[in-house]
Design a protein around this ligand. Structure first.
Ligand code: ZN
Ligand code: ZN
Length: 707
């Protein structure tokens, strides 16, 4: 036998191999179970125990390094430990000490350093083995369950608590603003605006009611910004006209707030800006805040980790979990997991897309759609999207460049945002690819890309004006390919439809929802919400950003991901929630609401003005002017109505109203016959009379002169 010959000329190393081999064969020839057991325990017990100890120490060492040096060279540490472990393993193997050898000395159910021995190697059946394996299953399940219960790491003995008060962003989409406060310190997270309903006539934007901030202004340490969308920063200038606090944020949001301050004449308040770095916890008031990179439909967005005396709070801001973002800066899952492992008391998470199953596609998935469309385009390409979606604009421009097109960016907000993103170095595009709107005509159609605003059908936007032939330089042509890389925000469907009608009437080829990935959302669908919940594994959960139905759906997702139902609250604006590691409860409601803003003059419109406009719009107006003598003769009258009866019925209506006036004057009681009392009586009588006739309560304006 070839093998045997080699074995006989043995080196010291080989000798141990031989002895092991012979022991192995001998055992099967003649040894009793007891003898076998003795053989196996002789030196392998010690070796396996040492080995386990080694492993244990190694993990201990690695763990402590991981926790103290979260951003350091843990990878290298782990690497060298593993290498060392591998070397030890090899060494023992060649010494003939089989590190995998088992022994059955353990007589109790305990594992030793994570290893459980098989107790009866000689049993005939598998009953005993299966018992041992089952103990292993139970132990592993227990360990996993414990790891899911990271909130058990919360300090249940603390008396400290935190209060959370959303002043906007709940019961609505947009207008996000949330106060987080302790006894003597507070931070305000985001100060966003929202859009008015259709019945808020002449109102351009809505700004949160700041009354509560006035009430606690002395303890507000800062405004904290998550990202640069209007529904998170749009109301900052309006707050700053009333109250000023330091504003902490990453560069893009502060850049965009900066240009708002320029427009509002608040330039001097730039001194309040604090530019933060991600992954660096910063002490702000009684809090320590860390900005965590998150993917969204705008660059430089963040989630927040807020360390309080009571426990850690994670606020996701707006997010999706995009593994292949255009800038290759994905969501910092590691930091979220880090806090999750440490133990998170409370999670506040974005509910915008909580009805949507699956995963929101990556921003990068729009690229292939652009490719298809740009390839087909014969004439100009006109791409319209949200002005803040820099990566979408960037993707369109890179496709334009690929197909040798010059780029005209048209629309003030988009020009401004793109310029800022280029200046700050978020994207890199050479200046010589850009042309002005008035230069477009100088180039052949197939060499032009127009990137523009108006994807929501806004009548003031560049796209709308191009489509309706009102734009100074650009007119839609039948050879144009128009790409609407957006989806109508609820409420805007009508205006988007209108602009589509105009574009198609002008003969343009329009790509809107014909491709599933012509636009992707910036908000997490259910699977991403689940990933967030599993990474952070909070004890308490407050779904935010959304109407009631959105947060209620998010609650279901959270329950499916192991958050206890009693630990979830559905908030409304103004609710004040108190949280401590032991409980979460609503403690009171604070004043909240909206202030109406006229964007043309950047000023507030008082509530009664808006109410008047609503009443006028829905029920019309009646103006009654009359000159009456003291002896109750009606000398002169003029009764006019608007929005109540058709012009052709005006005469008849006026006659009837005159009769009513006569009736009032005739029946007025003797004392107090003066203009003021008459006006009151006219108002009430007309109100009743008109309602009987047309079922409307118009605004009634009596002007009575007693002479
Ligand atoms: Zn938002
Ligand atoms: Zn957003």
């Amino acid at each position: 036998m070839q093998e045997k010959e080699t074995m006989e000329k043995k080196t010291p190393e080989q000798s141990s191999q031989v002895s092991r081999f012979s022991k192995f064969t001998d055992r099967f020839k003649k040894k009793s179970p007891e003898e076998q057991a003795n053989d196996m325990t002789s030196d392998s017990t010690e070796s396996s125990q040492n080995q386990a100890k080694n492993f244990h120490n190694r993990f201990k060492q690695r763990d402590s390094k991981n926790y103290t040096n979260t951003q350091g060279n843990t990878q290298t540490d782990t690497q060298s430990n593993t290498n060392q472990g591998q070397k030890n393993f090899e060494k023992r193997r060649w010494q003939g000490k089989n590190p995998h050898a088992q022994h059955n000395k353990a007589q109790n159910d305990e594992s030793i350093n994570g290893i459980r021995e098989v107790r009866d190697v000689n049993e005939k059946g598998n009953l005993g083995l299966h018992k041992d394996l089952k103990r292993g299953v139970e132990a592993n399940e227990k360990i996993q369950r414990q790891s899911l219960n990271a909130h058990n790491k919360l300090n249940l003995n603390t008396k400290a608590s935190v209060r959370i008060t959303p002043l906007g962003g709940l019961g609505e989409i947009g207008g996000n603003i949330t106060v987080i406060e302790t006894q003597d310190s507070a931070i305000v997270i985001d100060v966003g605006m929202s859009f008015p309903n259709e019945d808020m006539h002449g109102v351009d934007i809505l700004v949160p009611d700041f009354s509560y901030l006035f009430a606690i202004k002395d303890k507000i340490a800062a405004v904290i910004i998550t990202h640069a969308h209007e529904d998170h920063i749009g109301a900052v200038p309006y707050l700053f006209k009333l109250l000023q606090f330091p504003i902490y944020g990453t560069p893009l949001p502060l850049g965009m707030i900066g240009s708002k301050f320029d427009e509002h004449g608040l330039k001097k308040f730039r001194s309040f800006f604090k530019i933060v770095e991600k992954r660096k916890p910063i002490k702000i008031g009684a809090f320590e805040v860390e900005w965590i990179n998150i993917t969204h439909s705008i660059i430089d967005a963040s989630a927040l980790a807020i360390r309080t005396e009571a426990g850690v709070i994670i606020h996701t801001g707006d997010f999706k979990i995009d593994h292949t973002p255009v800038d290759n800066l994905p969501t910092d899952l590691h930091r979220l997991a880090h806090y999750g492992e440490e133990g998170v008391m409370l999670l506040l998470s974005d509910s915008t897309n909580s009805h949507r199953s699956g995963v929101t596609p990556s921003e990068a998935s729009v690229g292939p759609t652009f490719e298809t469309l740009f390839k087909q385009a014969q004439g100009r390409v006109i791409m319209s999207t949200f002005s803040s979606n820099i990566h979408r604009v960037y993707q369109a421009i890179t496709h334009g460049l690929k197909y040798n097109r010059k780029v005209a960016v048209i629309g003030r907000s988009m020009e401004k945002n793109l310029e800022l993103a280029r200046e700050l170095g978020y994207i890199d595009l050479p200046q010589n690819i850009f042309i002005e709107a008035h230069e477009v005509e100088k180039y052949p159609d197939e060499e032009v890309l127009i990137v523009t605003t108006g994807s929501q059908g806004e009548t003031m936007s560049a796209l709308y004006r191009m489509a309706t032939d009102e734009h100074r330089h650009i007119k839609i042509k039948p050879s144009d390919m128009v790409i609407i890389s957006a989806k109508a925000i609820p409420g805007n469907e009508g205006s988007v439809s209108t602009v589509l009608n105009f574009l198609m009437k002008a003969g343009a080829k329009v790509a809107y929802q014909d491709f599933s990935e012509i636009h992707v959302s910036g908000h997490a669908a259910q699977e991403e919400q689940k990933l967030m919940l599993r990474l952070v594994k909070p004890k308490f959960f407050l779904p935010v950003h959304g109407e009631y139905n959105h947060i209620a759906r998010h609650k279901q997702t959270a329950i499916a991901c192991g958050v206890m139902e009693k630990n979830i609250l559905l908030m409304e604006d103004g609710d004040q929630i108190e949280v401590n590691p032991n409980y979460m409860k609503k403690v009171r409601s604070v004043k909240n609401g909206k202030t109406y803003i006229d964007n043309q003059i950047n000023r507030q419109i008082e509530n009664d003005v808006v109410l008047d406009r609503q009443a006028l719009a829905s029920d019309g107006i009646v103006i009654i002017s009359a000159k009456i003598s003291k002896d109750r003769k009606i000398l002169e009258t003029k009764i006019t109505s608007y929005g109540l009866v058709a012009d052709k019925e005006d005469k008849g209506f006026e006659k009837e109203m005159n009769d009513t006036l006569e009736f009032v004057v005739k029946n007025f009681k003797a004392d107090g016959f003066n203009a003021k009392n008459l006006e009151n009586e006219v108002h009430n009588t007309f109100k009743r009379h008109i309602f009987k006739k047309v079922k409307k309560y118009p605004t009634i304006v009596p002007m009575i002169y007693v002479v």
